[in-house]
Write a protein that binds this ligand. Structure first.
Ligand SMILES: [Zn+2]
Length: 248
């Protein structure tokens, strides 16, 4: 299998709390079926919706959003209206760490609108202290309930790390991906020409990024351990549009 990791959507123990299901959760079921245009309108995130949100439900919201994206049944959104509705404050339910790749925009692949999710985008979806600080803001101060690290197939940054590419500041960034290259054994040739290797390193990079979030942010680790927020990883397939999640 080119992309072999298990499509486990089970969430970690910290996500296993009993949940309440806000009205928003039902929207995916009203979207008109596979291939049909959606007539359901997405509500804008409010403080009430965010307060009622749980890490488990936030993960399900993203999973449902990607299903709609795949089926072409995205929810109706009046973005101009959402600008007005979110102008006084924001109450996102999840935070995504993903690559800058132009084909992996989180709002599109998870079918979300303005004010729904925080995005931290950096080539190769790594974390540094600035990204970690952003995640701390999103989770501790702004109420987001879930962090998802989203890698993607055929990632240029991962390929660069595999090939030991050098370019000014990019060299420093790629150095943060090198541990993921080293952590994937065998699979010759270990270059960007080996697509299976590249995607395996991409998955490993997501896992190591998740590990670093726990290890380098006492604030986020405490919130994860208490079940206040969830932490999940995922890979986005550029060829199919599908996001495969896996647990912390
Ligand atoms: Zn990428």
């Amino acid at each position: 299998m080119k992309r072999s990791f298990t499509a486990s959507i089970a969430v970690s123990m910290v996500l296993c709390a009993i949940i309440t299901i806000p009205a928003l959760a039902q929207l995916g079921d009203r979207s008109g079926g596979r291939g049909g245009a959606s007539t359901a309108t997405a509500p804008t995130q409010t403080k009430e919706l965010q307060t009622a949100m749980t890490p488990k439900k936030a993960l399900e919201m993203l999973q449902e959003g990607n299903k709609r994206f795949l089926a072409g049944t995205m929810l109706q959104r009046n973005l101009k209206k959402q600008v007005e509705e979110t102008s006084k404050g924001q109450f996102p339910f999840a935070t995504i760490v993903s690559c800058i790749d132009s084909r992996s925009s989180s709002e599109l692949i998870f079918d979300q609108g303005l004010g729904d999710i925080f995005n931290a985008r950096v080539a190769g979806n790594i974390v540094n202290e600035d990204i970690l600080g952003s995640l701390e803001f999103a989770s501790k101060l702004a109420g987001s309930k879930l962090i998802v690290v989203v890698g993607h197939t055929n990632c240029g940054a991962i390929k660069g790390a595999c090939d030991d590419a050098k370019l000014d500041n990019l060299t420093t960034l790629l150095a943060k991906i090198k541990p993921a290259v080293a952590a994937v054994p065998g699979m010759e040739p270990r270059t960007s020409k080996n697509h299976a290797f590249v995607d395996k390193v991409g998955e490993m990079n997501v896992r190591l990024t998740m590990k670093q979030i726990r290890e380098k942010s006492p604030t986020l680790k405490a919130m994860i351990d208490k079940g206040e927020i969830g932490l999940a990883g995922a890979m986005y397939d550029l060829e199919t549009g599908k996001v495969t999640f896996y647990a912390d």
